[in-house]
Design a protein around this ligand. Structure first.
Ligand code: NDP
Ligand code: GDR
Length: 328
């Protein structure tokens, strides 16, 4: 039974990746940072029915000693670095923490791998945010980067350090440049989930209005369950490499709103307002990925259409609130 180690296991992707790897027969070890609310930290793993099948170990990406200890103890064949301060908007308020966790944290793990377990295969969760102010209409592995936030700058550092450790030390280190991917387990602060949560509250009479920021930004949105499979496929290749993972379709935020409200029989124009204070200091206006290399080399392509994703997310949020209302 191969062993996988996942940082960020309690996040959206960590939960889907855990389920995927468990189905493949892996032993799954997850890094969990200490929290005073540890009873709710495993919520996503619980939702997918896998919380009792993964092994959660204490540690922190900012503490290399915890990473070394875990690698020595469990000796995983595959390591997935998904942990990050991942909310772009918060990265302007906490640029140093974002740099420490999202940037240097990756290098802590790369160093731990180099020292303890250089034969392990390593995955870095890179991001389409690195393209920022886009330098090509469709972004691929060869498109130059132009980060527009402290988050994107930190991810870019981690991305290049992953490439550097591959080239300098021969580590099997791959970087997945993933475009936005969503699910019912998406954090509530991200725009898709904020919208589907808002639809549910408005539909059930708990609210009348939803305040958003820039409605004209465009994103290439896929489903997290599809995207975690691409991570695994990267680590099954003989040689490590970098891959863009995307659907190849981009739509504006207002179109996501239209679809989500329409799914519940509502018109978003009756409820959504755009507030200036929710706009970002610098915006990534449009992202559109070209995943041809992943299709060619990994045999991967996105399976879930946006309409299907929106429907699943709205239904899940309606069910959450209906359950809450029933139980007082
Ligand atoms: P989430 O925000 O849902 O999860 C982030 C995870 O990182 C959580 O498990 C969190 O733990 C953990 N974490 C944060 N800080 C630390 C720390 N100091 N030490 C250990 N763990 C920590 O992110 P997603 O699942 O959406 O994304 C996974 C990764 O992929 C992230 O790196 C993200 O930046 C990147 N990415 C995501 C994309 C997307 O569209 N979802 C697209 C491209 C890249 P806790 O539960 O305790 O907060
Ligand atoms: P993003 O996701 O920044 O692309 O990063 P987010 O959903 O936060 O924003 C997408 C776009 O929507 C606009 N927007 C709003 N965003 C939020 N969160 N809340 C609002 O009210 C709102 N109104 C408009 C934003 O300005 C932006 O243009 C996500 C994260 O998962 C990163 O970790 C990951 O790397 C990238 O996707 C790819």
């Amino acid at each position: 039974m191969p062993t996988a180690f996942i940082t960020g296991i309690t996040g959206q992707d960590g939960a889907y990746l855990s389920r995927f790897l468990l189905h493949k027969g892996y032993r799954v070890i997850g890094l969990m940072r200490r929290s005073a609310s540890s009873d709710v930290v495993g919520e996503r793993l619980r939702w997918l029915g896998v919380v009792d099948h993964v092994e959660l170990v204490d540690g922190n990406l900012t503490d290399i000693t915890s990473l070394i200890r875990i690698l020595e103890q469990y000796r995983p064949e595959e390591i997935y670095n998904l942990a990050a301060q991942s909310f772009v908007a918060a990265s302007w308020q906490q640029p140093l923490l974002t740099g420490n966790v999202t940037g240097i944290g990756c290098v802590n793990l790369l160093e731990a791998v180099r020292i303890v377990l250089p034969s392990a295969r390593f995955y870095q969760a890179s991001s389409s945010e690195m393209f920022g102010k886009i330098q090509a209409e469709r972004q691929s592995e060869t498109t130059p980067f132009y980060p527009r936030s402290p988050y994107a700058a930190a991810k870019l550092y981690a991305h290049w350090m992953t490439v550097n450790y591959r080239e300098s030390f021969g580590l099997h280190a791959s970087s997945g440049i993933l475009f936005n991917h969503e699910s019912p387990l998406r954090g509530i602060e991200f725009v898709t989930r904020k919208v589907t949560d808002g639809v549910a509250r408005i539909k059930l009479g708990l609210a009348t209005e939803l305040a958003l920021g820039n409605m004209n930004a465009q994103r290439d949105w896929g489903h997290a369950a599809d995207y975690v499979e691409a991570m695994w496929r990267m680590l099954q290749q003989d040689a490590a490499d970098d891959y863009v993972i995307a659907t190849g379709r981009t739509v504006p935020i207002h179109e996501f709103c239209r679809l989500a409200f329409a799914h519940a029989g509502l018109d978003y124009k009756d409820h959504v307002v755009s507030r200036q204070d929710l706009h970002r200091p610098a915006e990534v206006d449009v992202l559109l990925g070209d995943a041809a290399k992943a299709h060619r080399q990994l045999g991967w392509q996105a399976g879930v259409a946006l309409e299907q994703l929106v429907a699943e997310m709205v239904e899940a949020d309606l069910a959450r609130y209906q359950k809450k209302l029933q139980h007082g």
